[in-house]
Design a protein around this ligand. Structure first.
Ligand code: ZN
Length: 69
């Protein structure tokens, strides 16, 4: 099985209450100087499963095409 976990925005995370991997809701908790802190809430029981810090500036720099020549 290939691991494409990170590629999905709406990920499945293991929930202790539900006892299985559940779809989670991503919620922006905090905006940090470094990035943004997200909280993951189980859509089944609405309890917080985990959190993630998304670093700002992770995007690859877009190369600007040169105009003219
Ligand atoms: Zn749950």
């Amino acid at each position: 099985m290939e691991q494409s976990f990170d590629q999905f925005k709406a990920a499945l995370l293991y929930c202790n209450k539900c006892g299985r991997a559940m779809p989670v809701r991503e919620r922006l908790l905090l905006v940090l100087p470094d990035g943004e802190l997200y909280d993951y809430t189980c859509q089944g029981c609405n309890s917080s499963i985990g959190s993630k810090t998304e670093r700002a500036g992770l995007k690859p720099a877009a190369a600007r095409p040169r105009l003219g020549g």
